[in-house]
Design a protein around this ligand. Structure first.
Ligand code: PMP
Length: 403
């Protein structure tokens, strides 16, 4: 408030001189839940937190060691805007080894500060003001605001629960207009856990090809798929490589959210345009973080990662079956990623009301489904990759709240 008064005194206007793109951006329900949870914690309450999309583990030591050695060894200076040749080569090795994609690290890869920065650079590269981007509802909370910040228009197409939270081709096609520039989607999906098969990716690819659209594919959860499923990059499907911007990162699957590191793989002209954006916005991604991430992507995942992922599948199975057993709740095991997407329509409460009651009365933080779009109403998103102690305590409290 004080800031606003002083802004008025400065003659910058009643809105404090803040741009409409910020003022018109809704505060996300995830932030509101996180704020409430931290207020409770400050009051000494032990909150079991299933809201944040991160695992309880820290980054494996072998990755930290490489970054620390780089830092202590003088790797403290800015790098090429596109990222170090060593990091880009490591990303190319990863794409070949794990995804069957042969990428040229010189022209087809750019280092990013994670997938969010990758998305910003991708939009800067291909989207003109007024262009429309098609996205999923429910979908990741930051997509629409990022598109709007850059003058684009997000157009959501509902995922259909009866198709296992997938798009129906007719509805996806019906959303395309002469202003559509790209289709943005995420598989494994946050929040529903859907993993697309090659045939389902081909449906999205057909729509994109028929209308000359780019595809932006957020693959941040691609290393964690369950029940023997595997991840397919849409860029490997026929005719898709030349129209796809693939975003990958280490935030989720290597517990490296604080490092802010990832990369994008795209056709050379798009990478060139993204590098132009990176030069002016940030100069480059951190030098020693690239050194650490090069080992995380460049070498086949050792047991420090594979054992952790195996255990995450067990935690997801434990949490989803415990949720499914609660009255009024129905919850399936995710196909990939690490969230339970629990249908709570049987409780008769709205997702916001239930999330707020769980937090205030039972000290469990979850995200109301409505935070992810209109189609998320009737669901809660619960992060399953927390410690066993937290999972068990959380289930006990959920039973008290809903039992
Ligand atoms: N995309 C999705 C679908 C996510 O769930 C998240 C993290 N919540 C991000 C992107 C952010 O990724 P990064 O940390 O790599 O920017």
């Amino acid at each position: 408030m004080n800031q606003r008064v002083s802004a008025e005194q400065a003659g910058t206007g009643g809105d404090g001189g803040i741009a409409r793109r910020i003022l018109e951006s809704p505060t996300s329900a995830t932030v509101r839940i996180a704020d409430l949870a931290s207020t409770l914690r400050r009051q000494g309450v032990k909150v079991v937190d299933f809201s944040a999309g991160r695992a309880s583990e820290h980054t494996p030591e072998y990755i930290c060691r490489v970054a620390s050695e780089a830092l202590l060894g003088g790797d403290t200076h800015q790098t090429m805007a596109q990222g170090t040749p060593e990091y880009r080569a490591a990303c190319a090795r990863k794409l070949l080894r794990e995804n069957g994609l042969e990428a040229d690290p010189e022209t087809e890869i750019v280092a990013t500060f994670g997938c969010k920065n990758g998305l910003t650079l991708a939009l800067l590269a291909i989207m003109n003001p007024g262009d429309e981007l098609i996205l999923e509802d429910p979908g990741f909370v930051s997509y629409a605001p990022t598109i709007r910040f850059l003058g684009g228009v997000p157009v959501t197409v509902p995922l259909e629960p009866e198709l296992g939270h997938r798009w129906r081709e007719e509805r996806l096609r019906a959303a395309v207009t002469p202003r559509t520039k790209a289709i943005l989607f995420c598989s494994p999906h946050n929040p529903t856990g859907t993993v697309h098969t090659p045939e389902e990716l081909d449906m999205i690819g057909r729509v994109a090809s028929d209308h000359g659209l780019y595809v932006i594919s957020d693959e941040i959860y691609e290393r964690v798929t369950w029940g023997g499923r595997s991840h397919t990059c849409i860029a490997t499907r026929p005719g898709m490589r030349e129209r796809t911007i693939t975003l990958m990162g280490l935030t989720k699957t290597a517990s490296m959210g604080g490092w802010r590191i990832g990369f994008a793989f795209a056709p050379p002209p798009v990478i060139e345009a993204m590098v132009m954006g990176q030069q002016h916005l940030t100069t480059c991604v951190g030098s020693f973080t690239q050194a650490g991430a090069a080992v995380a992507f460049g070498e086949p995942p050792p047991p420090a990662l594979t054992e952790m992922w195996k255990e995450w599948e067990e935690r997801c199975a434990f949490m989803t079956s415990a949720l499914d057993a609660l009255p009024g709740v129905s919850c399936a095991m995710p196909e990939g990623g690490f969230y339970a997407w629990a249908d709570i329509t049987g409780t008769g409460e709205s997702s916001e009301a239930l999330a707020e009651r769980l937090l205030k009365d039972h000290h469990i933080a979850v995200v109301p489904g409505s935070a992810f779009g209109d189609q998320g109403e009737g669901y809660l998103r619960i992060t399953c990759v927390k410690s066993w102690e937290d999972l068990k305590e959380g289930v006990k409290r959920l039973k008290e709240a809903l039992g």
